[in-house]
Design a protein around this ligand. Sequence first.
Ligand SMILES: Cc1cc2nc3c(=O)[nH]c(=O)nc-3n(C[C@H](O)[C@H](O)[C@H](O)COP(=O)(O)O)c2cc1C
Length: 370
Amino acid sequence: MNDKISSPVDYGGIQLKNRIIFAPTTMGLKKDEYLKKLQKIACGGCAMIIIGDVPVGRGGFGQNLFTGKGQEYYRTLTETIHQGDCLACAQLHQSDSNFRSMIKYIPGVLSKKISMEQLRPLLNKEVGPYISEMPEKKIQKIITSFGKAAVQAQTLGFDMVQIHGDRMCGSFSSTVFNHRADKYGGTIQNRARFAVEAVREVRKNLPDIPIDYKLVIRQKNPDYGNAGVLPEELEEFVPMLEEAGVTSFHVTLANHSDLSDTIPPASHPVFGGEGCFLGYCDMVKKYTKLPICGVGGLTSPDFIEQQLSSGRIDCAAMSRQLIADPDWPQKVIENHPEKIRRCIRCNKKCLGGMMEHTGVHCIYEKGMLK
Ligand SMILES: Cc1cc2nc3c(=O)[nH]c(=O)nc-3n(C[C@H](O)[C@H](O)[C@H](O)COP(=O)(O)O)c2cc1C
């Protein structure tokens, strides 16, 4: 039986009806198609959907929380999610791509001389100088925007916010990208300052909102991930975030290496297995009593039930499995795991769709394997 999966939980101040969360997943789909997918996932029984990459600023591509069109967009999203008896969390993010330095790659991308795979390392090369040379005034402006974005998100119906600890928070935290000599660089306390101040700003604006933090860890030997912190830095990093106002942690491998490391296929040499990043949850758990959500290669009901029952994690987040079968939670709760369409982590149409700019789909969708 899967009693733990179906049991309610207080996840850092928010009451979840069960332990399954839809992990942040940017889909690159038109609004109607995206809404249909979200509706299916919400109605499939998961407790909360995290909307990936909600920008804290006003510029950039896509919708933001500050224009009339963007506000209508996000309000429709939260209403759709709530109609499925599901909660909505906004993943607040600030990109660490320097848009000015990206412009020079546009002709190459448009003429297909630079593929998306080639573009990624080129953009990654720009992150270090961008973070290391950013004027303090700009840092303060971005930090303030985290607070403003959280207020907007709550107004538009989000029940919780998640601070995206990869992207700008992650690059400030990491010695790989952050070479500053001021109070935002150097020691782990200084490198944590950007993330800590972003969390504090949200807490200052919204004293009661639950704040999840996507805590990303990079590892050495073998080396994986470039943003985020090393395991030995967690002892300082985790309590600082908690003190700033974080109420739960969503733990995974840091980004800025290959995308297929953080979204690993079953064939991945290190992270191909079920629950591939849960070892990082164990590391974080040593330094906090706050609830922890695991993510990464979680598909098997029995395995997830075990991890929850042992107290290793408090919630299980899934991206690809709920894309493959949004009804996974309902089928498990109704004790029909045999009916689940299991994600085989092939990455063909989800990550593949994202890379090809055709939107996130799944091999199980009609016509996908033609
Ligand atoms: C198509 C796709 C888009 C994603 N978009 C985001 C995102 O916007 N923000 C984020 O933090 N993680 C994103 N992720 C990572 C997932 O949240 C998750 O950590 C990862 O897929 C591993 O979980 P899984 O094995 O359940 O898929 C994305 C993953 C996929 C497959």
